[in-house]
Ligand binder design. Structure first.
Ligand code: NAD
Length: 257
């Protein structure tokens, strides 16, 4: 039984697949009790991830479907996670959507708003309610968000996504400055192209495929979700107490900052 090495409680949003699932698995491997969030219609997938974690690591899981773009649901998600897992030490605000791949002139305001509802508003609410919970419990916690290399460098035909991922960097820096006095660090990861359902959907759509491929430098390599999970594992660790406000590029041959 591995319960003696439990590090605390971690919540991962968008954890039914892709990068979120890999992060949840990795944090469980590290010794965290893990709360798994995704949209309500992904409950079965979430339960399958929870079962996998319980079987492999026996560290304890909690499945909490919620839409991160709805404040009441985010508030409930944080408070019930904290109750179920006896605290909240790490939140990984990973849920995100890609949105339309179109030139700026063709993007409707509904399409713009849809991306921002999830990617920036949703992430902001996760930061906000996690910070309140960590402060109230005196937890020197870790808040970690999902940006992108598209949050460091513009990408043609992806304006809503790019703007949301740039916004996450600003929010991460600001939250880090505000929360440092509580011992809470706030960082983000900025992946290059990672093999997940999100990228598979982009690449199989003939209307987006040429644009998506043209926006990648020829040196770019596709990574695996575990490549992101390992940096999150570090950012969540006690050792990472001296790093905050950073948005860390994780890619090979694509973008260097
Ligand atoms: P994915 O589409 O495979 O998984 C994202 C998950 O988020 C899905 O399970 C989805 O249901 C969930 N989700 C969407 N909206 C939600 C909401 N409102 N509430 C709760 N859950 C919601 O994507 P992924 O590739 O694993 O990406 C994870 C994160 O990493 C995203 O923020 C994405 O923008 C970012 N990212 C991905 C890549 C990549 O190449 N895959 C690159 C850079 C950044």
């Amino acid at each position: 039984m591995v319960l003696t090495r439990l590090l605390g409680a971690a919540l991962v949003t968008g954890a039914s697949q892709g990068i979120g699932k890999a992060i949840a698995m990795r944090l469980a491997f590290d010794g965290y009790k893990v709360a798994l969030n995704d949209l309500a219609h992904k409950r079965e997938q979430l339960e399958a991830v929870a079962e996998d974690i319980d079987q492999k690591f026996g560290s304890g899981t909690f499945v909490i479907p919620a839409d991160v773009s709805q404040e009441e649901q985010v508030k409930q998600m944080i408070s019930s996670t904290s109750k179920a897992l006896d605290g909240l030490d790490v939140i990984v605000a990973n849920a995100g959507i890609a949105g339309p791949f179109k030139p700026i002139a063709d993007i409707s305001m509904e399409e713009w708003d849809q991306v921002h509802q999830v990617n920036i508003r949703g992430l902001f609410m996760c930061y906000k309610w996690a910070a309140k919970e960590m402060i109230a419990r005196g937890s020197q916690g870790r808040i970690i968000g999902a940006s992108s290399t598209a949050g460091k460098q513009g990408v043609p035909n992806a304006a809503p996504y790019v703007a949301s991922k740039f916004g996450i960097r600003g929010l991460t820096q600001t939250a880090a400055l505000e929360l440092g006095k509580y011992g809470i660090t706030v960082n983000a990861y900025a992946p290059g192209p990672i093999e997940t359902p999100m990228i598979e959907d982009i690449l199989k759509d003939p209307s987006t495929l040429p644009q998506a491929l043209n926006s990648l430098p020829s040196s770019a390599k596709v990574g695996q979700p575990e490549d992101i999970a390992s940096i999150v594992s570090y950012l969540a660790s006690k050792e990472a107490h001296y790093i905050t406000g950073q948005t860390i590029c994780v890619n090979a041959g694509m973008y260097f900052d």
